[in-house]
Write a protein that binds this ligand. Structure first.
Ligand SMILES: Cc1cc2nc3c(=O)[nH]c(=O)nc-3n(C[C@H](O)[C@H](O)[C@H](O)COP(=O)(O)OP(=O)(O)OC[C@H]3O[C@@H](n4cnc5c(N)ncnc54)[C@H](O)[C@@H]3O)c2cc1C
Length: 509
């Protein structure tokens, strides 16, 4: 019997296991379906190398439908560190208004004033650690590329942004800031500072923390509306049960809902259609899927020598507000250093990423088989408020390809076809057809007050209707914040991990 069993060693689960095990009197077991590399010397290169995403070697092999009728890969990390161990290391916070909106929805513990201390605690910002809204001593090291380390295309991007009248922004995490500048990134040189590196490595020596890799959680064990542990499948195919006083489900927004559903917690009709015994009808499980839909301008460059697949994929960012929008910084434009592959024409891309999203998708079971990945139905750009802003942003992105030094680098724009006239309606059609995930799915087990029947957990992560069960990962976000969500997922781990340690009775410990 463990005090706390954490399911999933990702951006949130690693942090909860680390913070929870700071109390030497609590035993913590962290379960992870993928491998656990206990030593940086033994960690494979794809996880250390932050210049590119790791898309295959430690991946779940999910597919998703961004817009109807397309089925494409949706990478998710399957290893200790989770998606933080395979991602691009962009370290951005949402806008203060995002968290204040979460609070307005009945989650007063998540207002900007209440989340800022956790954002400060998680980071060691090497550039702005002395600012009152930054931290300088946390587990996740963050820095920005100085001018002299920028690739030519990123230098050109910033110069073209200046010519397009966007202000310079030296710290994209300044709560009042906007404009173009270096991207804050959780990397040191090439090394990705994942949660496995930042949080788990120093915690491993604790005798009260056990980390078990290659252990797949099939379902939660439930008795009389109480969670008593988990059923796991080991690498050799044997099945065990593990008892716990508290189970924290941190399997991520695509996997936490299927685990709940297979355990009998989810939308009644859906569970019944797969012959799963319904323990608790929970209509919110799997609904409210949010993300950042994106669409890119793709360009063939004149000088192929600037396309180096061994260099950083991302170095800069533009955060801004689309014309006429009442949501501050609801858009990002990102210069991608390269796209395509070896042997093809030398290409880079400029991506428009919608940061404040109104539309919602959903996750459904494909079958009752725990190894069958769920259906991920994003429904991007079905809400006209999303499409109209993405259309404007696509025009803003095209302007980059036509302005200043970035334009000078381009031989030809390969998408969209420059020979075809593009009306706003034409771009809207492209967005509805081609918008793709920013890899930031969240919201599928949302938190909120009990009277909101779509809310599965309360603002402390506790299930409303099942005792001794907490959900803590990107799935509890009420909606996606206006930033890449890794830092927000870590912040959730910081807050809930701290509450578990300091308010054990709230969690039945
Ligand atoms: C390729 C890629 C690039 C990205 N780039 C960025 C970026 O640059 N910046 C940014 O902010 N965000 C980025 N993201 C998104 C960000 O990394 C994730 O949103 C964040 O890590 C989510 O944290 P999480 O804890 O909710 O889930 P995860 O970190 O995905 O953790 C879930 C964990 O649970 C484990 N698990 C799942 N099911 C089971 C099971 N049945 N049994 C046992 N274990 C299980 C998984 O293996 C995983 O380790 C990127 C994501 C990807 C995939």
């Amino acid at each position: 019997m463990y005090d706390i069993v954490v399911v999933g060693a990702g951006s949130t689960g690693s942090v909860i296991a680390s913070r929870g095990s700071e109390d030497p009197n609590k035993t913590v077991l962290l379960l992870e379906a993928g491998p656990d590399y206990s030593d940086i010397e033994k960690t494979p290169f794809d996880l250390l190398n932050s210049h590119q995403n790791s898309m295959k070697d430690h991946d779940w092999g999910f597919k998703y439908e961004p817009t109807r009728g397309r089925d494409i890969d949706f990478p998710r990390g399957r290893v200790t560190g989770g998606s933080s161990a395979v991602n691009t290391t962009i370290a951005l916070r949402g806008m203060p208004e995002d968290y204040d909106e979460w609070a307005d929805l009945g989650n007063c513990q998540w207002s900007w004033d209440k989340v800022l201390p956790a954002f400060k605690r998680l980071e060691r910002d090497l550039d702005f650690g002395d600012e009152n809204y930054h931290g300088d001593a946390g587990p996740i090291t963050i820095r920005r590329y100085p001018d002299e380390e920028l690739l030519p295309q990123h230098q050109a991007f910033l110069e073209s942004a200046r010519l397009l009248d966007y202000p310079e922004c030296i710290d994209a995490n300044d709560p009042s800031g906007w404009g173009a500048g270096p991207q804050p990134m959780n990397k040191l040189g090439r090394l990705r500072i994942s949660c496995a590196v930042g949080y788990l490595a120093p915690a491993r020596i604790r005798p009260n923390l056990t980390i078990r890799g290659n252990t797949f959680v099939r379902r939660l064990l439930l008795k009389d509306h109480q969670c008593t542990g988990v059923e796991v499948e080991n690498a050799d195919g044997t099945i065990d049960t593990i008892a716990a006083k508290l189970v924290v489900l941190s399997a991520g927004s695509l996997m936490s809902p299927p685990i709940l559903m297979r355990s009998g917690i989810g939308p009644q009709k859906q569970l019944e259609s797969f012959g799963i015994e319904v323990i608790q009808d929970e209509p919110g499980v799997g609904s409210n899927l949010c993300d950042h839909p994106a669409i890119s301008v793709v360009c063939q460059v004149k000088d192929g020598a600037i396309i180096n697949f061994d260099s950083p994929l991302i170095q800069t960012i533009l955060r801004y507000t689309t014309q006429g929008s009442d949501k501050r910084n609801d858009m990002q434009i990102e210069q991608l250093s390269y796209v395509g592959g070896h042997g093809g024409p030398p290409l880079f891309a400029i991506a428009a990423c919608l940061e404040y999203q109104y539309g919602r998708g959903e996750i459904r079971l494909r079958s009752a088989d725990p190894f069958d990945n769920p259906i991920v139905d994003c429904r991007f750009c079905e809400d006209d408020r999303d499409t109209s802003r993405l259309v404007k942003a696509f025009r803003d992105t095209l302007a980059f390809s036509q302005t200043g030094p970035l334009a000078d680098m381009i031989e030809v724009v390969t998408f969209p076809d420059p020979k075809r006239p593009l009306t706003d309606d034409d771009i809207a059609v492209l967005c509805r057809k081609l918008a793709a995930s920013g890899y930031h799915p969240c919201g599928t087990v949302k938190m909120g007050p009990r009277q909101d029947r779509q809310a599965v957990v309360d603002q402390f992560g506790c299930s409303h209707r099942i005792d001794n069960l907490v959900v803590a990962d990107a799935s509890i976000m009420p909606f996606v914040p206006r930033a890449n969500i890794n830092l927000t997922s870590i912040m959730i781990g910081e807050k809930i991990g701290e509450w578990i340690r300091t308010q054990p009775s709230r969690y039945g410990l």
